[in-house]
Each structure stands twice: as structure tokens, then as C-alpha cells.
Design a protein around this ligand. Structure first.
Ligand code: DGY
Length: 321
């Protein structure tokens, strides 16, 4: 019987598979606060498996302090909070939850895109505040999406799902990726491969779907915003640090771009105050995968990976290290 520690409560239904055979300790941080490495070291006393979320800093220090740890099962597709090289050096397996959250995250990108284009939060506030007194010809004017260009940065699973949805909106899709997508995928979603500069210059909406790593850190910086159309919208459901948030605030304030829909932030859970002040920015607290079905399937995937590893299976699903 192994000891599994989850750093956050997860949807219980998804965890049933592991409760019968192992000891599961579910932690609940006070006030939902972010865990430090020291907190994680304290929580993992005697743990064989750590069930982590993207806000948990999984570092060399943790692996060194807990040599008995066999596995980190990450309840997310992104693993930029985990030092994968350190995990490998300490012989700790790492798994994640790809695929199951693709559609939910693509939907969230579109929700933010539409909300920013048609000013949904501002309109909602307007009505709630009792300001709707008559129909007006120029009230809360937005932007239609048909025939506009959507630029997708990162044409992996989620980027492709976002592009597929654009077909229904009659948008032209261009994309940039480290490597060009398979021609069948390009045909299916009617997307054209371009360089990042061209994408930034020609897109009416730029939507980010690349992982955060050394190459993509601050990929969208002051120079990138200066390249974009003044009418453009930025959507980020990838990772906050892909965008230089201070440069984004300046670009919005100076009218270099028109608005943004942001699900992720550079220093989560903190949000740059300059973003909160901007009426044309729609904000969400990292909800890409936040549907009951998706979060349940993510928990089930973690359980499948944990069970396979603990049973010594030849193949541990969704293993990265
Ligand atoms: C992920 O899985 O990486 C998302 O950002 C959170 O669900």
C-alpha cells in the first residue's frame, strides 16, 4: 500500500480508483494560498507519490529532501512548474494529463476571444449597474470576427482545436510553431504556416497555445506588440510568462493593441494592476480546463498513471520522465 499525497482537493469521483488500494492524503491549503517548496517538503513526509497542480513548485530541493518519492503525477498538461531534469536525476517518474483538456481549453480561448471582441463583461456590468435606459446606436461597439485573421502561436493539440473552431466563424487562420504542422492538419483546419513576424503583423486576433520554456519566455514583448495591428486582440490561455505583462499594459495604454482576453498571468495568482484598469481586457483565473467532465477525467488519468507505476506496469500512461 503506497502513500499518495494530493496538494489540493480534486474531484472525488476521479480519485475513487486509488482510494481502495492506497492511502490518499488530500491537503487543502489555508485560504487557497500558494505552496512554497518548504510546504511541499513538509507535506510529502513519507509520501511515495505526489499529486501536484501547476502552482506547486516541484524543484531539485524537494527531490533531494524526499528521496523516497517515486512519482509526481501532475494534474495538468503543462509541467513548467516541475524541474524535469531534476526529476530524472533523482529517478522520479513524472506524468501529466494531455488530450482530455484540449476541448475545454480551446472553448475557454474562444470564450475570452468573443468576450473581448463583443465586450461581454462591460455589457454585463452596464446592465447590472442599471445604466441600460434606451437602445443606442454606438453603445459598447465591438468587432465582428467573420473574415478576420486569427493567428495561432503554438499549433499543438489545443492550438489545432482553436483553429478548428475558427472554421465555424469564417475566419482565416495563420499559425506559427517551432515545426510546421502536418499538411493533413493544415488542410483540415485550413491554416497557413507563417513566421511569427508576419503572424503578428497580419492577425486581428493572436491566440497563444505554446508551452512556457526558455524559448517562449516573453515571446510577446514590447517589440512584438509594436508589430501588431492597433485593432488586434490578444488571447492567452497558455502560460502567463509567455507574455511580458508590463509591456502588454503599456501596449494597451498606448493603443498599440485594442484588447485582450487573459486566462493566465505572469505571477499567478497576482494580476498586474494595469490590466485590471483596462476596460478592454477580459480576465479569468486560469480556468482553461475548468469543466466538471474535464477535471474528473484529469483526476482519472492521474490515477491510471499512478496505478500503472505502483503496479510496475511496462507502460505508464502519459509519462514524461
Ligand atoms: C494545464 O493543464 O496545463 C492547464 O493550464 C490547467 O488546467
Amino acid at each position: 500500500m503506497a502513500h499518495i499525497v494530493s496538494t489540493r482537493p480534486l474531484i472525488d469521483e476521479g480519485l475513487s480508483g486509488v482510494r481502495d488500494d492506497h492511502t490518499l492524503t488530500v491537503c487543502d491549503p489555508p485560504d487557497g494560498s500558494t505552496r512554497s517548496v518548504d510546504d511541499l517538503i513538509a507535506l510529502t513526509d513519507g509520501a511515495d507519490v505526489l499529486l501536484s497542480v501547476l502552482a506547486d513548485p516541484i524543484t531539485e530541493e524537494l527531490f533531494a529532501a524526499r528521496p523516497e518519492l517515486q512519482m509526481v503525477a501532475q494534474y495538468a498538461v503543462g509541467v513548467d512548474n516541475i524541474d524535469l531534469d531534476a526529476a530524472a536525476a533523482h529517478d522520479v517518474a513524472v506524468t501529466h494529463t494531455p488530450d482530455v483538456l484540449t476541448d475545454a481549453t480551446a472553448d475557454q480561448a474562444w470564450a475570452l476571444l468573443l468576450a473581448a471582441a463583443r465586450r461581454v463583461p462591460a455589457a454585463d456590468r452596464y446592465v447590472r449597474e442599471g445604466r441600460f435606459e434606451r437602445w443606442e446606436t454606438t453603445l459598447l461597439m465591438g468587432t465582428e470576427l467573420s473574415r478576420k485573421t486569427l493567428g495561432i502561436v503554438g499549433m499543438g493539440r489545443i492550438g489545432t482545436a482553436v483553429a478548428r473552431r475558427a472554421l465555424g466563424f469564417g475566419m482565416e487562420v495563420v499559425y506559427h510553431n517551432r515545426t510546421r504542422a502536418n499538411p493533413t492538419v493544415e488542410r483540415q483546419v485550413n491554416a497557413r504556416y507563417v513566421g511569427l513576424d508576419e503572424l503578428l503583423k497580419t492577425s486581428d486576433v493572436v491566440s497563444l497555445h505554446c508551452p512556457h520554456n526558455e524559448d517562449s519566455h516573453h515571446l510577446l514583448d514590447a517589440a512584438a506588440f509594436a508589430n501588431m495591428k492597433a485593432s488586434a486582440l490578444l488571447v492567452n490561455t497558455a502560460r502567463g510568462p509567455v507574455v511580458d505583462e508590463a509591456a502588454l499594459v503599456d501596449a494597451l495604454a498606448n493603443g498599440e493593441i485594442a484588447g485582450a482576453g487573459l486566462d493566465v498571468f505572469e505571477e499567478e495568482p497576482d494580476v498586474h494592476p494595469g490590466l485590471v484598469e483596462q476596460e478592454r481586457v477580459v480576465l479569468a483565473p486560469h480556468l482553461g480546463s475548468a469543466t466538471t467532465g474535464t477535471r474528473t477525467r484529469m483526476a482519472q488519468m492521474c490515477v491510471a498513471s499512478i496505478t500503472a507505476l505502483l503496479e510496475g506496469a511496462d507502460h505508464v500512461p502519459h509519462r514524461l520522465v
